[in-house]
Design a protein around this ligand. Sequence first.
Ligand code: UDP
Length: 528
Amino acid sequence: MGHLIPLLELAKVFADLHHNFHVTCIIPTLGFPSKAMTTVLEALPTSIDHVFLPPVNSEDLHTLHPGLQISRTITLSLPSLRDVLKSLVATNRLAALVVDLFASEALEVAKELRVSPYVFAATSAMVLSLLLHMPKLDETVQGEFRELPEPLKLPMVHTNSRQRSYFKLNGMSGDLSHVTLPTLGFPESHELSPPHQHRPCLSSSSELGGPPHSTPCCHYSVGCFVVDPFAIEALEVAKEFGVSPYIFEAVSATVLSLLLHMPKLDETVQGEFRELPEPLKLPGWPIPIQGRDLIEPLQDRKRKNYKALEVLAGDGSPPIFPIGPITQTGSSTNHVDESGCISWLDKQPSGSVLFVSFGSGGTLSFDQLTELALGLELSGQRFIWVVRSPNNGPADAAYVSNQSHQDPLAFLPNGFVERIEGQGLVVPSWAPQPRILSHGSTGGFLTHCGWNSTLESIVSGIPLIAWPLFAEQRMNAVLLTEDLKVALRPKANEKGLIEREEIAKVIKDLMASEEGALSELASKLASN
Ligand code: UDP
């Protein structure tokens, strides 16, 4: 869902706001689609429709790692995908096929049907870099990767300093037209690119991958090519075809600023960054809380001197155009209240409820789940908690299904559900998050700091408790607590466990600040 949701929101931007595209979402499924998925899809505007491909036989796949389940599902779905695409080609002017990174095999079908192929990669750059190099590693490394005596050295990750992977971003900056930056709070500035005087295109008669055709309008007109930072190498192809290249940085301004400064830091800092005696000081940090201060000068394209850009990235960097936030809103989801969250919230006092959720697939260990339950109870605060079954393995184990295989409520402490009646509501696996965050009774959000959740909370003016689990969530947590100062962060003990007393304290501090600084700052951010 963390991939599908931003992709659908991007589809809405294309369909409604800018280009009057009609969008068809083609969705392969493993078993039956989750309830969460059908709810989001059914709430789409009429300009976006969806087709579920016939479910592949899930029996054999459930034992596989989540990533393998997804890729196998795609492979098995290719024949039915081909049928659907063929019918679209026959009845419509099919402009392009945009696929998630996990579905890149589907590009073969696009090639076959001569449809312009695009990949939307909603992953971190490090992960994609590693994935792209896997086949080579597989050939060259003997035995298990974990047994390697030295850190891996990848072409995009030159040394054991992971930050070096961004070297390439800067190295290519001379070739790039634009970097797009989703930023906080400028819905009116949704704009993907400056108008194109010249629209290079692929002729319908040329093979994909063949030479570009210069006729400025035809069936397969390609205006621009947008890549995730991990797919930056793909810009070579854009260059080859004379198509405008863009990088879509799905990160905060603080993170972007850090990435752009990496090469310089890499030159000047000796040894590992983690060994630095002082916190890093970058020009322009902390990023001004009034996003407008940062972005307005960027939007004045006549100005040669992009002041705010200098702050962000120094001289010689490409222009930055804000296109975000790309978020779901409370009204964009279905109005049926199956979980009962909205009717429960309707009965609670204004700003009194803490919403607790770890995204579409984040899970806690059994011990941590217990501490969280008892901490919520101890705080005495009202809450809605989306509970997922515990897992002592990876925290992203529930990513594929977004659902727990066992009843998650069965893992809660004895008598917990009865004791918290009236104080809290526990919801298994999934809740209508954007509607909850935009409800007047919600006053705080305990979150894993996924970027979608972060933006959804901010646009609703809700202060947060930052509880990052994996990936870039820790950087988002630092942004929220230290730069924007709209979040509190609980401390873990020496075993990495956040104890019930600490949880209760942070919750009380957050909710007690309802009329206070945190909440005020959160509303200020939202109105900006
Ligand atoms: N979400 C939801 N209900 C839930 C859990 C998640 O609607 O119970 C949505 C949430 O609103 C967000 C997305 O799923 O849009 C999760 O994306 P995010 O980037 O926050 O985290 P990820 O799931 O990718 O870790």
